[in-house]
Design a protein around this ligand. Structure first.
Ligand code: NAD
Length: 408
């Protein structure tokens, strides 16, 4: 394990030396502003370094006159990693150090529209690790199914939509493959009426519009208590109007384009429906230049049952729903097949904690959203996934538990 740990740290060093080049390439292929790409590279490096420090030592669960029972963690073999297009490198950084530290080899398949940064990272792996340990294969959206049915692949770690996750789960059944599925989300944020709308608006805006809303854990539904509803929607609209939308390489730009045409057209469909189901108070499609640009869009006076509230928009358009009280908000927030993240916003920690404990999600934040890291386990509830990534819990998922039971 020490050799593997050292190899992962060498990879982190190699990435660090080329961080600027990687960030630029990531903006060029994914579209996000350069500051966000720079952060993605830094987070990837942090995930490599901090994951390399994890350990799963042999655990003795019984040592008696009758027997000694030890729990050993063994590698699985070949791990297939299937990656979406929103964080092409960071999501590799979630999976790779844990898979390798546990002693596995990997086949990584990036999304068809974002292969470049991953391929460049594959070159770093080839320079740093023994031959064949990490392999990157690209496709035209036709190799994911092959990877998840391949008899030599012992585990698939998949991040992507719930719809594709279902296919991976079905495919894995043929050989009882191990699977970890990190899937879609429709994160609710509940804002109670004891907050200062001006003070929380910027944080809520950042939680909804990072990477133009193309984030699994973005705030995708905002439930706001009646008394502050008008003030908060007005603050959010002001922030949306002020945000600079454009080429991610321009240092002033806050919101880049949607990553691909299919997603752009999908979000345009949400915009059309939102104009019917609610009131758009800021934003809309950008029509005076080519590219898949949509301004950050705030939709008020919209209800559950509207497509923008019930489905995952995965773009820069946020529905703000009026609620009477915390009970009302909880009932609506939990009435979703998704359960990735959720948050509660309040100046009263006791009140916020009581609501947080009743939200059905893998991660529930209080007065923040989208805060995660390599030592905090992460996984979805309900149809947002199966299994856990990060930390010892995530490392364990890349191993086979073997019980050694020795009679005395
Ligand atoms: P997607 O499901 O369309 O594609 C994800 C990956 O699966 C791609 O590499 C794709 O080529 C591959 N794929 C396609 N068909 C497959 C098949 N039959 N079998 C196996 N793999 C197949 O997702 P996307 O549009 O690239 O990403 C957006 C989605 O990902 C959103 O729903 C978002 O919420 C989700 N996501 C989740 C997390 C998380 O950690 N929970 C993180 C990021 C994104």
């Amino acid at each position: 394990m020490a050799d593997r740990r050292a190899a992962i740290l060498r990879l982190a060093d190699a990435l660090n030396q080329r961080a600027g080049e990687f960030a630029r390439l990531l903006t060029q292929e994914q579209g996000k502003p350069l500051a966000e790409s720079t952060a993605e590279i830094a987070y990837t490096e942090a995930f490599l370094r901090q994951s390399a420090a994890l350990d799963l030592p042999v655990r003795v669960v019984e040592d008696s006159d009758r027997r000694r029972v030890e729990l050993h963690r063994r590698p699985l073999g070949v791990v297939g990693a299937i990656i979406p297009w929103n964080f092409p490198l960071l999501i590799v950084g979630f999976k790779l150090p844990l898979a390798l530290l546990a002693g596995n080899t990997m086949v990584i398949k990036p999304a068809p529209t974002t292969p470049l940064t991953t391929l460049r990272f594959g070159e770093l792996c080839a320079d740093t690790l023994p031959p064949g340990v990490v392999n990157v294969v690209t496709d035209a959206n036709d190799l994911g199914a092959r990877l998840s049915t391949h008899p030599d692949v012992r585990k698939v770690t998949f991040t992507g939509s719930t719809e594709t996750g279902r296919k991976v789960m079905a495919a894995a059944a043929s050989s009882i493959k191990r699977i970890t599925l990190e899937l879609g989300g429709n994160d609710a944020a509940i804002v109670l009426d004891d907050v200062d709308p001006k003070a929380v608006a910027a944080k809520l805006f950042a939680g909804a519009f990072l990477n133009a809303g193309q984030v699994c854990l973005a705030i995708k539904r905002l439930y706001v208590q009646d008394r502050i509803y008008d003030a908060l929607t007005a603050e959010l609209a002001g922030l949306a109007e002020a945000a600079v939308v454009g080429d991610g390489l321009d240092p002033d730009v806050r919101i880049g384009p949607l990553q691909n045409r299919a997603q752009y057209e999908k979000v345009l469909g949400f915009l059309t429906d939102a104009a019917r189901d609610g009131t758009i108070i800021a934003g809309g499609a950008v029509t005076d230049r080519p590219g898949y640009f949509i301004r950050p869009t705030i939709v008020r006076d919209i209800q559950d049952g509207a497509r923008l509230v019930d489905e995952e928009q995965f773009g820069p358009i946020l529905p703000v729903i009026r609620v009477t009280d915390a009970e009302d908000a909880l009932r609506r927030a939990n009435a979703s097949p998704y359960g990735l993240g959720a948050s509660v916003w309040s100046s009263d920690p006791t009140r916020a904690a009581a609501v947080a404990q009743r939200l059905e999600a893998g991660t529930v934040w209080i007065n923040t959203h989208l805060d995660f890291g390599p030592t905090i386990p992460f996984g979805g509830a309900k149809q947002s996934g199966i299994g856990v990534e990060f930390a010892e819990e995530g490392l364990a998922e890349f191993t086979q538990l073997t019980v050694i039971n020795m009679a005395r």
